[in-house]
Design a protein around this ligand. Structure first.
Ligand code: HEC
Length: 116
């Protein structure tokens, strides 16, 4: 009886431990691309270089996501979330984006533009 209960407990624990990460929502770069094309491309450019048609007028220029230096900034992930949600300098805030969509965007920007 005790053995059976222990075995059952182990199975439940296994399911719980292995199931949890699979259930966490993975960032979706494809969704991020759609948002980037709609909201970011005008300033940051299709190649992520910060040279979109509306970006040229800004000083400082929109961030260049293909620059190694950009990714070397401390806490870059948190900084990106903050800038997207609250804006930075002349960049408007995108507070209407959900937490998931901000992560989807960052995932896309990394996959598409971050130098390897
Ligand atoms: C109207 C033009 C414009 C649009 C649209 C825009 N940005 Fe920006 N972005 C800028 C400018 C200008 C900067 C530089 C701000 C500064 O350094 O003062 C910038 C900087 C950034 C940075 C770097 C911030 C930092 O802390 O160094 C990130 C990340 C960023 N933009 C992401 C995005 C994303 C994602 C979108 C789309 C949701 C977006 N931007 C849309 C103009 C824009």
């Amino acid at each position: 009886m005790l053995k059976k209960a222990l075995a059952y407990g182990a199975i439940v624990c296994l399911m719980g431990c292995c199931g949890a990460p699979a259930m966490a929502k993975a960032a979706d770069a494809a969704k991020g691309k759609t948002i980037y094309s709609a909201k970011c491309v005008l300033c940051h450019g299709a190649e992520g270089k910060g040279n979109g048609p509306a970006g040229m007028a800004f000083s400082p220029k929109p961030a260049n996501f293909t620059s190694k230096v950009f990714w070397q900034a401390p806490n870059i992930d948190a900084t990106m979330v903050d800038s997207i949600e609250s804006g930075k300098g002349q960049m408007p805030s995108f507070s209407d984006l959900s937490v998931n969509d901000v992560q989807n965007l960052i995932q896309y920007i990394k996959q598409a533009f971050k130098p390897k």
